[in-house]
Ligand binder design. Structure first.
Ligand SMILES: C[S@@+](CC[C@H](N)C(=O)[O-])C[C@H]1O[C@@H](n2cnc3c(N)ncnc32)[C@H](O)[C@@H]1O
Length: 479
């Protein structure tokens, strides 16, 4: 497909057409219904075709831009010749077909990308521009909501992160190595009414060599594979070095107080603790860091996921590629691959703290709305000495509940659990002292007299504040 560029006036008219026809997230969701939407998520088109068979204006738009099937020129009530001329549509007999996937997005804007390949489609082109999906939304939910002056979206692809940043960043630089990605991203922004994005082509931080930002976001090409075959997911660095290099270089591009937030993959290597490996990346930066593993797969699951992502199952090369990829992992003693979030905060401290953890539960979204509290909890727990802690009046955080589990009829519980009903929704087992503190920490009295009173009741002298530290780091208590 040749490059697709459209005049801003055409994009404005197209957008107006979408608005009046109801080609919006809610409009599409309502028209397709849960069954067809579920089937589409499994790459099955038939229920969605049935839901749009009337070919009314909304159905025609869904078929054309979302499902990617030809629509008769009579049914497509659009400026067809202009759209064909700029390459957004192609003529197929007396029908037209979209050359891109054009979907409404949750911000109220639109995202233009290549259509996801389905089994049986021709092989994915090397410069395929991946659409906005689960990973894009995942990063967007993680990113801080604080307004910033300068933001960088590294590896902008279809431009979706910019849609999320547009209302809270004064100036946005968006980069990508793939020229087609930058072309399609500009269509996304044009349709979404976003102007003034500073577009640069180049790898890693090359396009912003001497520049600094208050916020860097990246959903990078994090896939770890033996060959860089597809630009949207593989950058051609050895193993997990692309994400590592992003983390290493980010601090030199952050303003004081700035944040870098990215999605990443990392290897689990035999004989090495993955938390130490990942923690090592962050510790080198001098920033406060928080890394979260949201999922981990064994090598076979991982290879299958990414071969299927490129619709390679059932192709003659499938087994060979699968085998080669597994052999490559084996040669590097890889036992698994982690996926998750990395956040760096250039807090300017001389005593940075790095926390690496695993969170598999559903968390409250968007995480970005309470990111500052998470980082504050981690750094507070790290920096308060025991004496500071004893002099501090702690509060139990909102939404923390206590659960007692024990044998029926028993006087004392076997386990006492604190459960967060908000935020990261953690749970932890605590001892009697911490449970008692959860009942009395309302910010009125410092910890020292509270511990002394609890010690009197339990017959224990000099209770230590140290067990409180992880509970502060994890947000059960705050100062
Ligand atoms: C997974 S896509 C992310 C797209 C989009 N930002 C999102 O959130 O959905 C990764 C993007 O990184 C780009 N990319 C690949 N190699 C790169 C490199 N060396 N430097 C910068 N960007 C790169 C790809 O072209 C692709 O658009």
């Amino acid at each position: 497909m040749a490059s697709v560029k459209a005049p801003s006036d055409l994009l404005r008219r197209l957008r107006a057409r979408f608005d009046e026809t109801g080609y919006t997230i809610d409009g599409v969701r309502e028209r397709l219904g849960d069954v067809a939407a579920g089937a589409l998520a499994r790459e099955e088109l038939v229920p969605a075709l049935r839901a749009t068979k009337d070919l009314d204006p909304l159905a025609a738009l869904i078929r054309l831009w979302w499902l990617g099937v030809p629509v008769s020129t009579a049914a497509a009530d659009l400026p067809l010749s202009e759209l064909v001329q700029c390459g957004l549509l192609v003529k197929v007999g007396d029908a037209v077909q979209a050359s891109v996937h054009l979907q409404p997005w949750e911000t109220g804007g639109y995202v233009v990308s290549d259509r996801k390949v389905r089994p049986g489609d021709p092989a994915v082109r090397r410069d395929h521009v991946v659409g906005a999906g689960g990973a894009s939304a995942n990063l967007a939910q993680l990113v801080t909501r604080q307004p910033v002056e300068r933001a960088l979206d590294l590896g902008t692809g279809c431009g979706v992160q910019v849609l999320h940043l547009a209302d809270r960043a004064g100036h946005i630089v968006a980069t990508d190595v793939n020229r087609r990605a930058l072309d399609l991203a500009q269509l996304s922004w044009g349709l979404s009414g976003i102007e003034g994005v500073d577009v640069r082509r180049g790898s890693m931080f090359d396009p912003v060599e001497d520049e600094r930002f208050d916020l860097i976001v990246s959903n990078p090409p994090f896939v770890i594979s033996p060959h860089a075959r597809l630009t949207y997911r593989e950058a051609g660095y050895q193993a997990d070095d692309f994400c590592r290099e992003l983390v290493r270089l980010a601090p030199t591009h952050l303003n004081p107080g700035g944040h870098c937030q990215l999605l990443a993959n990392w290897l689990h290597v035999k004989g090495e603790d993955w938390q130490d490996r990942l923690g090592g990346w962050l510790a080198e930066t001098g920033c406060d860091g928080w890394a979260v593993q949201r999922d981990a797969q064994d090598p076979a699951e991982y290879v299958e996921l990414w071969l299927k992502d490129a619709a390679e199952q059932g192709t003659p090369a499938y087994r060979e590629r699968y085998d080669e990829w597994l052999a490559w992992f084996e040669a590097q003693n890889v036992t698994g691959i982690g996926f998750g979030w990395i956040t760096l905060h250039a807090s300017g401290t001389l005593d940075p703290v790095v926390r690496v953890e695993e969170l598999s539960q559903q968390v409250e979204l968007p995480v970005g709305a309470y990111l500052a509290d998470i980082l504050d909890s981690i750094t507070t727990a790290h920096r308060l000495t025991d004496d500071d802690l004893l002099a501090t009046a702690l509060h139990l955080s909102k939404g923390v509940l206590e659960e007692r589990i024990g044998l029926p009829g028993a006087e004392d519980p076997t386990h006492i659990i604190l459960r967060q009903t908000r935020g990261l929704r953690r749970t932890t087992t605590v001892g009697t002292v911490e449970a008692a503190l959860a009942g009395v920490c309302d910010g009125q009295l410092p910890l020292a007299p509270l511990l002394a009173a609890i010690g009197d009741i339990l017959g224990e002298q000099h209770l230590s504040p140290t067990p409180l530290r992880p509970l502060i780091a994890e947000g059960y208590f705050h100062t």
